[in-house]
Design a protein around this ligand. Structure first.
Ligand code: NAI
Ligand code: MG
Length: 356
């Protein structure tokens, strides 16, 4: 298979962690007979320095011409003083909008070797945590009208939440398709006992569930879901929900797994092209020191192979190689524990490559 990947190294630890992920992709290409070619894309602080804006149009075009996009992280104190629309993070928002990405997918997987880092009790962790939150990304209350007005001698603020059927259906499809690549179970999260948007959400999801009879389906209210994520997370496979609920639940889900440096993510829209990135930022405090954990980025590359290129076996091979490095007791600083061996970013990359 031949694929062209747009690569955004970004700022801070971005270049260090992306380089490790590219080494892993190259090793996979060689082992399985694929050709991956890379196009460098400037985005974020580095693009501001070079081109005067966080995502020049030509850079977005490069991403749109690629089969998928791999991103490290952007931003840092150097650009903190810039006005809102000139900041590095603006590049990320423009990229998501420009690529039409409406589904943000964040796996919450607890690696058994890092179980002690989870804030949950051992008897809960033992049952396994391995689910993915599929969050609607460009609709709902975050994108509704926001107003503040004078009303009866005080100020009154209003935020409008709305969803159209097609917006619900397209995110629902991503959830059901994702479940087919995992353990075939979808939990749709809403607040249908109160909100009209949620009642419509539920209606559309039920219609979709009939189209996917092989996928087990359940509804769950969002407040109950917040409780179940800490009480019995092993029950979940794919959790699909609207923008604001997903924002909150995906952060809750990432905390129960331990280290921020381990968690990948994808953002998807129409077609197979996606944006793949670790959930952490550019970690300016450790940038340029070869100390960062590259695993979140390496697992993001694995997600790209699985969800954009249908290369399930190759993705599984990367996960197995990561698992083996953790089994061997290798840890970067963020996940270091007693009895383990402290390694650098590139040494972690070396170990994962060797395991491949
Ligand atoms: P951060 O995620 O960059 O760092 C938080 C803490 O986690 C730091 O102590 C950092 O050293 C550590 N950390 C993060 N990733 C790590 C890794 N792979 N290995 C080891 N340790 C790791 O969040 P922070 O400090 O709030 O933001 C720093 C910059 O990153 C800001 O400019 C922010 O706007 C930007 N940012 C960018 C994101 C993106 O590109 N998607 C997402 C979040 C923040
Ligand atoms: Mg958030």
């Amino acid at each position: 298979m031949e694929k062209q990947i747009a690569v955004i190294r970004g700022d801070g630890i971005g270049p260090e962690i992306v380089d490790q992920a590219l080494r892993v992709l190259d090793a996979v290409a060689e082992k399985y007979g694929h050709t991956f070619t890379y196009t460098d894309v400037d985005m974020g602080g580095i693009a501001i320095d070079k081109w005067g804006e966080p995502l020049p149009a030509a850079m977005l075009d490069k991403c749109l011409a690629a089969d998928s996009v791999l991103l490290g992280a952007v931003g840092g104190p150097k650009w903190d003083g810039l006005p809102g629309d000139k900041r590095p993070e603006k590049g990320l928002l423009a990229l998501r909008a420009g690529m039409g990405l409406y589904a943000n997918n964040r796996p919450a997987k607890l690696w058994p070797q890092l179980a002690a880092a989870s804030p949950l009790k051992p008897e809960i962790v033992e049952k396994g945590i391995d689910f993915i939150v599929v969050r609607e990304l460009i609709g709902g209350v975050y994108f509704g009208s926001h107003t503040t007005a004078e009303c009866g001698g005080e100020q009154k603020a209003t935020d409008v939440m709305s969803y159209a059927e097609h917006e619900i259906e397209r995110i629902g499809r991503i959830a059901f398709e994702t479940a087919r690549k995992r353990r075939n179970k979808v939990t749709s999260v809403d607040k249908a006992n109160v909100l009209d948007t949620s009642r419509l959400w539920r209606k559309v999801m039920h219609r979709l569930a009939e189209e996917y009879p092989d996928v087990e389906y359940a509804d769950m209210l969002v407040d109950n879901t917040a409780m179940q994520i800490v009480k019995a997370p092993s029950q979940f496979d794919v959790v699909v929900t609207e923008n604001m609920f997903g924002d909150i639940l995906s952060d809750e889900a990432s905390m129960i797994t331990g280290s921020i440096g381990m968690i990948p993510s994808s953002s998807l829209g129409e077609g197979s092209r996606g944006l793949y990135e670790p959930i952490h930022g550019s970690a300016p405090d450790i940038a340029g020191q070869n100390k960062a954990n590259p695993i979140g980025t390496i697992l993001s590359a694995a997600m790209m192979l699985k969800y954009s290129f249908d290369l399930d076996e190759e993705a599984a091979a990367i996960e197995a190689a990561v698992n083996k490095a953790l089994d061997a007791g290798l840890r970067t600083g963020d996940m270091m524990a007693e009895g383990c061996t402290l390694v650098s970013c590139s040494e972690m990359g070396d170990a994962i490559l060797k395991n491949l």
